[in-house]
Write a protein that binds this ligand. Structure first.
Ligand code: TYD
Length: 207
């Protein structure tokens, strides 16, 4: 199935929202229909990014909020230039697990960073490359937390208050960008959520 252009679809939501499972299901569905896709993620899609991911999620000494933010941005800059942009030029559907909205939600709303400045930094990191569509998997913070495994990484261990701020941040972002960001109720079962995903993506691709 040859597309006239690539599509850049990003997946956002709190830790434990189930987006990774949905990306996998969506990718299988699109491949069955012969669409050319790639599945990619932040942080850690590039070789440089894998090194940053290791620090971001597992570094045990204190990390300043700014250092954390710049590492996510460095990962994104490398990812956008090396992987996302070439794939879009090759008319591929890019399914990306987290992108610019994660930094606004986590480092902005979650850690009380300056949202306007983060928007500018995102713009610099991506050279203005924006997603065509963003699916926000919204889930009650308590449910999301209960889905996480026992061994939590550095971000997952931040506590319920932090994750509530992140969730509200995402909802605020969706309110500000109703065209681009579609909210999906991720409190439901995997099958129900996937059916909502199919509806939205089916409309986007006219399938
Ligand atoms: P993710 O790969 O989704 O973690 P997992 O596979 O364990 O669900 O994301 C890693 C963590 O990084 C997650 O807690 C969210 C956080 N994060 C930010 O705080 N800011 C960002 O810009 C990005 C991309 C992720």
């Amino acid at each position: 199935m040859e597309l006239k252009k690539g599509f850049f679809i990003t997946f956002e939501g709190a830790d434990g929202c189930g987006k990774t499972t949905q990306i996998k299901l969506l990718n299988e569905w699109l491949n069955k229909k012969n669409y050319k896709t790639i599945v990619t993620l932040e942080p850690g899609a590039t070789d440089l990014g894998k090194n940053l991911r290791q620090i971001l999620l597992h570094y045990e000494k204190p990390v300043s909020d700014e250092a954390e933010m710049f590492m996510y941005l460095a990962d994104r800059a490398q990812h956008a230039q090396m992987i996302i942009k070439p794939a879009l030029e090759d008319k591929t559907i890019v399914l990306c697990d987290r992108y610019t909205d994660s930094t606004v939600a986590y480092q902005g709303y979650g850690r009380n960073g300056n949202i306007e400045k983060i928007n500018t930094l995102n713009e610099i990191a991506t050279k203005g490359l924006k997603s065509d569509l963003t699916l926000l998997f919204d889930v009650e913070s308590e449910i999301a937390q209960s889905r996480l495994g026992k061994t939590k990484d550095r971000l997952e261990s931040q506590g319920i208050q932090f994750h509530k701020k992140v969730r509200n941040g995402y909802l605020e972002l969706a309110k500000q960008n109703p065209e681009r960001i579609k909210i999906i109720d991720a409190n439901k079962t995997i099958e129900e959520v996937f059916s909502d995903v199919q509806k939205i993506i089916g409309e986007l691709l006219s399938i």
